[in-house]
Design a protein around this ligand. Sequence first.
Ligand SMILES: Cc1cc2nc3c(=O)[nH]c(=O)nc-3n(C[C@H](O)[C@H](O)[C@H](O)COP(=O)(O)O)c2cc1C
Length: 312
Amino acid sequence: MDKTVKYYMAPLESVTTWIYRQAHAKIYGRLDKYFIPFLEPHEKRDFKTRELQEILPEHNENIYAVPQILTNRSEGFIKLAKALKDWGYEEINLNLGCPSKTVVTKGKGSGFLAKPEELERFLTEIFDALSGEVKISVKTRIGKENPEEFPALLELFNKYPMEELIIHPRVQKDGYGNVPRLELYELAEKQSVNPLCYNGDLYTREQIRNFAERFPGTERLMFGRGFLRDPGLLYNEGKDSKDIFEKFWAFHDLVYEGYQERNMGDRNVLFKMKELWSYQVYQFSEPERLFKTFKKMQDCNEYEQMIRNLRR
Ligand SMILES: Cc1cc2nc3c(=O)[nH]c(=O)nc-3n(C[C@H](O)[C@H](O)[C@H](O)COP(=O)(O)O)c2cc1C
């Protein structure tokens, strides 16, 4: 790990839950920031139960957690950001990256990128209302349809004093396909007035090293699926395999026990763990076959038996 670089955990809805974040910090050491998967402003009530669990201060103790908001309405953003500030959060992140169809068709997430005039009005309103109150960072894709949208978006972002601009250099249409368009990240490195954080497809230490060689100026990196595949991504370097696997299983147990203690029922615990294993299998041989076995599981007894076998 490069001591001059700040490392962040990306928000992954329903996966990087507070239980996951806390377990990761406890076993692998504290990262610089943990982004909480998106919250949406609600007209009638403050928070859904799931959202509340994620932002309760006691669930984010000892880590620097950043709540993220997904909306295209400035009043909703401002109200929710102020409420989160009262809960003790110093920084709020705006989601301009979510590629999901239901979100995009409502003009939110990466769908908002296709409406630059509305986006400008929105950004002006939130920065006017919140400057001096909370820090605002933005997590964005580089456009909706086409990477050529990005230079104009970058010019727009440059008008606002962001805590940082986190760039996942894909367009909405890419989903998670294609490869990150590093040439547009490079453009941002040259032209952004805001501090930048890179996010996208860094799964191995070799990929991190290659990225650092090409972009030695990048001082902030955010990892999502890289941590899910290998929670020790930043820890394991130079460690022996015994240590690596001991840590991994200690982490696994903390997450599994964390979900069980929530009394969410066997089925839900199993669902959560299967979702995690869809990434974690890549540390083992024959990952696809292993995942198929996980997918077939019906209850936690079967799951625990499987874990005992894997640990041997
Ligand atoms: C299952 C899943 C859920 C996600 N949820 C969110 C979210 O709530 N907010 C957000 O900004 N990005 C979300 N993302 C995107 C990730 O934060 C990240 O930008 C993306 O996975 C690319 O980074 P990576 O290659 O390091 O995983 C999600 C991605 C996945 C696969």
